[in-house]
Ligand binder design. Structure first.
Ligand code: SF4
Ligand code: SF4
Length: 427
């Protein structure tokens, strides 16, 4: 990663720990090779996304640094509820900061309880260990009141980075919707203050179109995964979603459209990455932030193929569009706030929308079984697994729940259990 160009001076200017970062960069290529590049029969359109991942701390960061040197701002976020349209409309770059690796967890555990989900520990750890150039580039880090661990972590993060927190309600009552609309408006004022740019109906309208275009492309890509045989592996589909959190919106949409065309041709020719008799699985549960391919990698090396992700790094990323027909900033912001509250993160209660959606996806993607993946100590998604399993039982789809973390210690045991589940589906 970053072998061709020497990015060290840039990383140094960003205040990174060069030595520790180099160790991470040395470890990643072999992981990436094994989980992603070594897969058979990959679509050619994945070349761009492979390169984007290999250059994730290099070429993309160079673009972000150039943007900053030209006076632009960078805003980092940990959650899909943060309105990206507002960030883009002010000419800023939005990046995802959720940590998906063991990096920095030891540093984070010095400040946080150990029995907290690895995503929260890794997110803080990325900052504490100075190994994430996205974190180092961020002029503002936007948190949200979703789960308890995250919102308390933001209080600590304030000591290390400028943090702004949005108050996300946990129900969808009329009062909650009003609160969230006010929060979106408050966020617009904050983004305008940070960037010095006024957001008007033209810039916001364009930003809504950009973000919708990206969502529509991801919808199109995922439509192809309903076919049997599956034209793309779950690992590759997840890689595309992961890149969406970092890449330039227009370039991403263009490259993903090229991939879509190839996948549609594959579907027409009944060409796929797995034999049509391969059990089809959906992953449901907590997000899989880069570079966490653990579950799809385990599933797809145990006899199954992943055809759908019911997660923020899957369907929730692109499922809902923002209404583009509004002609005032107020109405546009209302449409943005409405879209977000159609989402069904497990931090909401009651959360019947999610239960219904899991069942709908299981049917639409013709899945034989569901792996419910929960990051260790994630209470919201773990507790909600009961209702998801009951709903799937009613349509005769078996579900298997696995709890995991970012380490490798549990891989052998998880693989044995996942293999047994897939064998049962294949019978
Ligand atoms: S799972 Fe919930 S808290 Fe996490 S990114 Fe998704 S919406 Fe946000
Ligand atoms: S995985 Fe669960 S505990 Fe971790 S940040 Fe997401 S909602 Fe919170």
């Amino acid at each position: 990663m970053g072998k061709k160009a020497d990015y060290c001076p840039m990383w140094e200017r960003l205040g990174m720990d060069i030595e520790a970062h180099q160790q991470l960069m040395n470890a990643l290529p072999s992981m990436f090779q094994e989980a992603i590049l070594d897969q058979p029969n990959r679509p050619r359109g994945m070349d761009y996304f492979d390169l984007a991942m290999m250059e994730i701390h290099g070429a993309r960061i160079q673009e972000i640094v150039n943007h900053k040197e030209a006076g632009g701002k960078v805003i980092g976020a940990f959650c899909l509820y943060v309105p990206e349209e507002v960030v883009l409309a002010a000419g800023a770059i939005m990046v995802g900061l959720c940590g998906g690796a063991e990096v920095g967890i030891a540093e984070a555990e010095a400040l946080l309880p150990r029995n907290l989900c690895p995503l929260i520990k890794s997110s803080l750890g990325f900052k504490l260990s100075r190994m994430c150039p996205y974190f180092q580039s961020a002029d503002l880090v936007v948190g949200e009141t979703t789960c308890d661990g995250k919102k308390k972590m933001y209080e600590i993060l304030r000591d290390f980075a400028p943090v702004y927190v949005m108050e996300l309600p946990q129900t969808k009552s009329p009062a909650a919707k009003k609160l969230w609309f006010e929060e979106v408006k408050r966020f617009k004022v904050e983004v305008e203050r940070l960037t010095g740019n006024q957001i008007d109906k033209k810039s916001l309208g364009e930003a809504i179109k950009f973000t919708n275009r990206r969502r529509k492309t991801l919808q199109r890509l995922n439509e192809t995964r309903r076919a049997n045989p599956a034209p793309i592996s779950g690992r590759d589909a997840l890689l595309v979603s992961m890149i969406a959190f970092f890449d330039d919106y227009n370039r991403f949409s263009e490259k993903a459209s090229v991939l879509c065309e190839e996948l549609e041709t594959r579907v027409a020719q009944r060409e796929g990455v797995a034999d049509p008799s391969t059990p089809r699985l959906m992953i449901s549960g907590t997000p899989m932030a880069a570079p966490n391919w653990k579950l799809p990698h385990l599933i797809e090396t145990s006899g199954g193929v992943v055809v759908c992700e019911e997660a923020c790094t899957g369907q929730r990323l692109f499922r809902e569009l923002v209404d583009e027909s509004n002609s005032s900033v107020e109405a546009q912001l209302r449409a943005i706030s409405k879209r977000a509250l159609k989402y069904d993160c497990a931090c909401f209660t009651p959360n019947d929308d999610r239960i219904e959606n899991v069942v709908k996806l299981a049917k639409e993607y013709h899945v034989n079984g569901v792996i419910y993946g929960v990051l260790q100590n994630c209470q919201t998604y773990s507790v909600e697994s009961y209702r998801v399993e009951q709903a799937l039982k009613r349509i005769n789809i078996p579900m298997y729940k696995v709890e995991y973390d970012y380490g490798m210690g549990d891989v052998g045991q998880l693989k044995t259990r996942i293999e047994a589940f897939i064998e049962m589906l294949a019978r």
